[in-house]
Design a protein around this ligand. Structure first.
Ligand code: PFF
Length: 426
């Protein structure tokens, strides 16, 4: 018997998958690099015309075919099951380095209680590997305990906690001297950059990453649905995810401006720049702990969803039980993640001039993720009967999604994804 979510459990787990490093770490620095407020306009447009259609499609496919991403695609057409395997590969590839960073956030939140942390010193100890392994054990244990008793129960507790931590940090950040400068930078749109196509493509790529779309995560979560209003659930997930990303900006920019730092410092903002700033702040250790705990909770609930993609595939396709399936995924992720865990240490090596972890993030996060979203969407939309898809989406919803969503999914979204892939490659 297939397990089922409760209504709230499904929504919280999906929000948990969406909210993660993408919101709290990636979103603010991309806004910073793209000149502030104008990016927000592009991002809001991207989640409506791009994120929402993809999300309802994935949930509907999961709910209808009640199987892993491989199983569901196979039921649509036997030929596209290989796209399903590719999705599992991309998802686990992302998980392998995402979990290393999750481990950093765990280490930072624990160490921040006692001392100041220096990134270079930290990465030259054994802690990154130890923490990677500990977080891997934690998510394995949760996923192995099952959909309802494991994932759902954990998200029921962690998601409300995450919202409280965000509010605490927003209040602290907004009461810093000069906070208003940060807010002004954040919210003032630089209208001229709206005509820059690469900013729009960045916004779409960020929506893809942040909403956990394109690698079968939401198909997998949808496959454990019983009866749900898909459009309404999707809107709740999208609004919550966006709210946290926007609030993360209200944390980062006041802090950055209050201490006179360049807002476009890029990925090192969270692990190198912010700890230095916290050390000058009243109750800095406390707020630093809260900040990294927030990152850890967000990342953990996203990592769980990625592990579930591999686990559900092994259960549905190879008839393994959950215990065995999680153990196999654990082994794969441990081996695949080790080189990333060694990155920035004395054993670090570079590939194409990047550390292994950065190379993985570029290869999987920037290139293979949009490629995967492209082939999965095209594969599904090519073979599924439009009526079947629409029926599933609208089955339990009073407000009906109109038929023009079909050409949007079949032509418009793949075209955007293709442009993103080509742009990344050149
Ligand atoms: N959505 C998550 C985040 O914003 O951090 C993580 C994520 C999951 C990204 C799955 C990409 C993905 F395929």
């Amino acid at each position: 018997m297939r397990e089922h979510w409760s209504k709230l459990g499904f929504i919280l787990a999906s929000i948990g998958s969406a909210i993660g490093l993408g919101n709290i770490w990636r979103f603010p620095y991309i806004v910073g690099e793209n000149g502030g407020g104008a990016f927000l306009i592009a991002y809001f447009t991207a989640i409506i015309i791009f994120g929402f259609p993809l999300m309802i499609m994935e949930f509907a496919i999961g709910e209808k075919f009640k199987g892993s991403v491989v199983t569901s695609l196979k039921k649509i057409h036997p030929k596209i099951k290989y796209i399903g395997y590719f999705a599992v590969f991309v998802c686990l590839g992302i998980l392998s380095y995402y979990l290393v960073i999750t481990g950093w956030t765990l280490a930072y939140s624990v160490f921040s209680i006692f001392t100041q942390i220096d990134f270079t010193v930290f990465t030259n100890t054994l802690y990154p590997i130890a923490m990677f392994f500990i977080t891997l054990l934690i998510i394995t244990f949760i996923v192995r305990t099952g959909i309802k008793k494991g994932i759902e129960r954990v998200c029921d507790v962690l998601l409300p906690t995450l919202f409280i931590l965000v509010i605490l940090l927003v209040v602290k950040a907004l009461t810093l001297p000069n906070a208003i400068e940060g807010i002004r930078f954040y919210l003032t749109p630089n209208i001229s950059s709206l005509s820059n196509p690469s900013m729009w493509l960045m916004a779409i790529a960020q929506a893809l990453f942040s909403l956990s779309l394109g690698t079968g995560i939401l198909i997998t979560y949808g496959s454990y649905l019983k009866k749900t209003n898909i459009p309404k659930s999707s809107i709740i997930v999208i609004i919550s995810d966006t709210l946290i990303a926007v609030l993360a900006g209200f944390i980062i920019f006041p802090i950055v401006f209050s201490f006179g730092i360049n807002p476009a410092t890029g990925p090192q903002l969270a692990f190198i720049t912010l700890p230095k700033i916290f050390s000058f702040m009243a109750f800095g250790n406390f707020f630093q702990t809260i900040f990294f705990l927030l990152l850890f909770i967000g990342a953990l609930t996203s990592a769980i969803s990625m592990m579930e993609v591999g686990t559900t595939t092994l259960i549905d396709e190879f008839r393994l039980n959950r215990k065995k399936a999680t153990l196999i995924v654990l082994g794969i992720i441990f081996i695949a993640g080790l080189p990333s865990a060694l990155s920035y240490s004395g054993f670090s090596f570079t590939v194409f001039g990047k550390t292994f972890l950065d190379m993985m993030d570029h290869l999987f996060g920037d290139i293979l993720l949009p490629v995967c979203a492209l082939v999965i969407t095209t594969g599904i939309m090519w073979f599924i009967k439009p009526k079947e898809l629409l029926n599933e989406i609208n089955k339990n919803s009073k407000i009906k999604i109109p038929g023009f969503i079909v050409p949007v999914l079949k032509y418009f979204i793949p075209a955007l994804l293709l442009i993103i892939v080509l742009m990344e490659l050149v």
